[in-house]
Ligand binder design. Structure first.
Ligand SMILES: [Zn+2]
Ligand SMILES: [Zn+2]
Length: 342
């Protein structure tokens, strides 16, 4: 009898422990917005830029670092995020509104691995085989590069000399089910800019986190769909902040009808008219993603989510002000130069 009781109690404890573990694993799968220009969390500071803590597939990934190290550090603190406990950082591209908070990350965690796009002579460093330049043996050594004996690989420095960058040149699966999609923008103002997007293949389909989508959100989603055609969620900036209505409508239709994207959590450079268009198209599959929001992923994604809500008017006023402050994409400049709608 006594043994039976012990066994029953133990079974109960084990069952509770398993349930708790599952719940913890589920609760840990979420995307928390740490930097953006709209949101209703009064303990955080709104500013133009993007950063999100992506807790998924058992990993804690910091995706981008915002526009200002002090604001980033304060927002991180307000949200109780521990920067010393990161598996890695992804810097989507070299624009300051995505990477200027890196110094705050490095002061908390100097040895964290940082994935960044590999670009020739970029701020994240680069390298080239010395065979890239033409040689001339007829010159005296003191007129020749490296006296005529260059290193096999020529290395070019990063703006953060001691940071542990891992430069990504092409789409790479960096951990099981976790892929960095590398694409290059071809638009005036950001031509040749390389951008990384994070695609995680989950049981529900692809969870795709985008920074600014300079190469085009459709191209990024197309690359993600090649991994798994089921696109569960897209979060981040879609880069339609100055796009005209017809361009917005085209993207919304593609996301909805061509790619059958299930849920959408747009932020940053997506743009106000695009928030409105996506909200209309996706209804309760439009997940609010303002500054400070945690979007739960997986089976636990239910009651805690603000569905079908765009940014409120007060949010949009700040968003508008910050978006007008500068031209973070070079798009407005390019538009003026070309006298056309990009
Ligand atoms: Zn950008
Ligand atoms: Zn941006």
């Amino acid at each position: 009898m006594y043994l039976k009781l012990v066994a029953a109690v133990l079974t109960g404890i084990i069952a509770t422990a398993i349930t708790a573990t599952n719940a913890a694993a589920e609760a840990e799968s979420r995307i928390t917005i740490l930097y953006d220009a709209f949101g209703s969390d009064s303990t955080m500071t709104k500013d133009w830029g993007f950063s999100a803590l992506v807790e998924i597939a058992g990993k804690r990934i910091l995706f981008d670092t915002g526009d200002n190290a002090e604001i980033f550090a304060a927002n991180v603190k307000a949200k109780g995020v521990d920067l010393t406990k990161l598996d890695f950082v992804v810097l989507s591209h070299r624009h300051s509104d995505h990477m200027a908070g890196l110094s705050a990350v490095l002061s908390a965690n100097p040895t964290v691995k940082i994935y960044a796009p590999k670009e020739g002579f970029g701020i994240y460093g680069s390298s080239l085989p010395s065979s890239f330049y033409r040689k001339d043996d007829s010159l005296p050594p003191d007129m020749r590069y490296y006296a005529g004996k260059p290193p096999e690989i020529m290395k070019f420095g990063a703006a953060w000399a001691n940071a542990k960058f891992e430069l990504i040149d092409q789409t790479t699966e960096i951990a099981p089910g976790i892929t960095l999609i590398a694409l290059v923008s071809d638009l005036p103002g950001t031509k040749e800019l390389k951008e990384l997007s994070l695609a995680v293949n989950t049981a529900d389909g692809i969870v795709l986190v985008v920074g600014c989508s300079h190469p085009g959100i459709e191209r990024i989603v197309e690359a993600a769909a090649a991994i798994n055609p089921k696109i569960h969620l897209i979060a981040g900036g879609f880069h339609l902040v100055v796009a005209p209505d017809d361009a917005i409508a085209k993207v919304v239709t593609a996301l909805k009808e061509r790619f059958n994207v299930e849920s959408i959590a747009p932020g940053h450079c997506t743009g106000e008219p695009t928030f409105a268009a996506l909200k209309k198209a996706f209804g309760d599959k439009y997940l609010y993603a303002g500054l400070g929001t945690s979007i739960p992923l997986g089976a636990s994604a239910g009651s805690a989510v603000r569905r079908g809500e765009g940014p409120i008017n007060e949010d949009l006023a700040t968003y508008r002000k910050l978006a007008a402050r500068e031209d973070p994409f070079g798009v407005m400049r390019a538009r003026m130069r070309l006298g056309s709608n990009l």
